[in-house]
Design a protein around this ligand. Structure first.
Ligand SMILES: Nc1ncnc2c1ncn2[C@@H]1O[C@H](COP(=O)(O)OP(=O)(O)OP(=O)(O)O)[C@@H](O)[C@H]1O
Length: 272
């Protein structure tokens, strides 16, 4: 396992714990969708996994080594595990895009040349090379979101934790994000993505981790989302692909339009 949360209890001052012995496991290269109702604790879990929030008890382990929340431990952890926050304005600080994306690599102590290479690579991967010289405050919301992901990608992390990267994007922005994620997966990056978009989650992820009642329920995504009791407890809804499959009495659990049509077979397809 590349990253593990084991029996994590996490709280904020003066309140009941948000996570109550929550556990999840990330195998290398996996695409994990983190699902759950508003306020269920998805961001808190991402912050624990990234080292930004210290659990009251339990353990976060990277490649088998428990995270120590001291300066050296956190520095090494953050080099390999990058968290991208939901609101890009919480993460963009520099005057222009290149400076912003270069901030992390320069902070790692890399040379300016190497940082420049990392920036070019990250902008290319996110499909935003054309934004390199733009002032960050002039960018659209969707552009700012992609710049913050590029900033994390420039660190070449083993694990990328993304808090609602598709929220507020138009359909083409969602598809561009999906393409960038596919390129990252192709490079072997492990990705955790918190989202309320169950249709996107089913078509993108290998596994789902549903946060409900302070605990995490993890498994293959189609199995997890077919669990009607869990889906209702977590205030989710079933993705349209599964609703359709169940309504049509299909035995398979298709995840995309193509898979739905294949499962229906030629005799059931509407004729033109
Ligand atoms: N900094 C904080 N101080 C106090 N309470 C907090 C803080 N951050 C989050 N909480 C509380 O912890 C609980 C879990 O919040 P969290 O942001 O982890 O949920 P979430 O599942 O990511 O929600 P959403 O889907 O709305 O983004 C909520 O009740 C929230 O009010």
């Amino acid at each position: 396992m590349i990253l593990v949360a084991r029996d994590v209890i996490a709280s904020y001052p003066g309140a009941e714990p948000v996570l109550k012995r929550a556990s999840c496991r990330l195998s290398p290269g996996i695409r994990l969708a983190l699902l759950g109702a508003n306020g269920s604790g998805k961001t808190t879990l991402l912050r624990c996994l990234s080292g930004a929030h210290k659990p009251d008890s339990g353990e976060i382990a990277l490649a088998g080594r428990p995270l120590k929340h001291d300066r050296a431990g956190l520095r090494e952890h953050r080099r390999r595990v990058q968290l991208v926050l939901q609101d890009p304005d919480d993460q963009l600080f520099s005057a222009d895009v290149t400076q912003d994306v270069a901030f992390g690599p320069l902070n790692l102590g890399l040379t300016e040349d190497e940082a420049r290479r990392r920036v070019a690579e990250a902008l290319d991967l996110l499909g935003i090379t054309h934004l390199a010289d733009r002032p960050t405050h002039q960018l659209s919301y969707g552009e700012r979101k992609r710049v913050t992901i590029a900033g994390a990608v420039a660190m070449r992390p083993d694990v990328l934790l993304l808090d609602e990267p598709t929220a507020g994007l138009d359909p083409s922005g969602v598809e561009e994000t999906r393409s960038a994620l596919a390129r990252l997966t192709g490079q072997g990056t492990t990705i955790v993505l918190a989202t309320h978009d169950v249709d996107f989650a089913l078509s993108w992820a290998d596994e789902a981790a549903v946060v409900a009642g302070g605990q995490v329920h993890q498994g293959p995504i189609a199995e997890v989302l077919a669990d009607t009791d869990l889906v209702s407890r977590a205030h989710l809804r079933q993705p349209w692909q599964l609703q359709l499959a169940i309504a049509l009495g299909l035995e398979s659990r298709p995840r995309t339009m193509t898979e739905v049509l294949e499962a229906i077979g030629p005799s059931h397809r509407p004729t033109a």
